[in-house]
Design a protein around this ligand. Structure first.
Ligand code: CTP
Length: 208
């Protein structure tokens, strides 16, 4: 099958030397891309900047901002059977990007932000994607309820939810513990390495 995966953070420029970003190492998305390739799928990874090596045997589109990621996904998703959105996309971006480096002025500084487009939330209704759609949800409370809301709102077949308030898993960690949230049920998986979990997730996603 043809699998599109988004991964990593997006970076939203404020001026030529500063940006806003999300905490994301990209490890989970890259592990999924490697696992999907290993399982014989044709993989396209669309990723924000990370320190990770690109897994072998996959197609790769590097992007910076949420707007770049939206464009890349919009132009590619129609060719794919499965789309997995593991990226930590910025929900807001500076309303204006300064051409020159901003100089210090008063004691406080206000930056106006505007909403970015929800890429996962546009996959069905705006991009017309008909394949299997998988989202991720990083939550600090009410993990399952919040993830189910996302699953239904964004018309996903599955949302992979994790509790990012836990220090021992998620973010920079090489391990993760997730709950699979489907439209009508959920299932907690045991803590595992991101590599092993990614392989298992691909098996589950193939069955959707
Ligand atoms: N996502 C996306 N585009 C965005 C924001 C999020 O594709 N602009 C995707 C992420 O890749 C992930 C899922 O949506 O798969 C996470 O959604 P999140 O931003 O947590 O959901 P929201 O519904 O915006 O909820 P919250 O109120 O928690 O921000």
């Amino acid at each position: 099958m043809k699998v599109l995966i988004t991964a990593g953070p997006t970076v939203e420029p404020i001026d030529p030397v500063r940006y806003l970003t999300n905490r994301s190492s990209g490890k989970m998305g890259y592990a999924l891309a490697a696992a999907a390739a290993k399982r014989g799928h044709s993989v396209l990874l669309i990723s924000g900047p990370t320190s990770l090596g690109i897994p072998e045997g996959i197609d790769f589109i590097p992007i910076e901002s949420a707007a770049d990621m939206y464009q890349a996904v919009e132009s590619q998703i129609g060719r794919h059977d499965i789309a997995i959105f593991a990226a930590a996309v910025a929900d807001y971006t500076p309303a204006q990007v300064a051409d020159q480096k901003l100089k210090k002025m008063g004691e406080e500084m206000i930056i106006t932000l505007k909403r970015t487009k929800d890429i996962l939330g546009s996959a069905r209704d705006i991009m017309g994607f008909k394949g299997r759609l998988v989202g991720f949800a990083a939550e600090t409370e009410n993990v399952e309820n919040n993830a189910r809301g996302k699953c239904l709102r964004k018309k996903c077949d599955l949302v992979v939810a994790n509790d990012v308030s836990r220090k021992d898993i998620g973010f920079d960690s090489s391990e993760n513990e997730v709950t699979l949230v489907y439209p009508d049920r959920s299932e907690a998986l045991p803590q595992d390495s991101k590599e092993h979990l990614a392989y298992h997730l691909m098996e589950i996603i193939e069955e959707l």
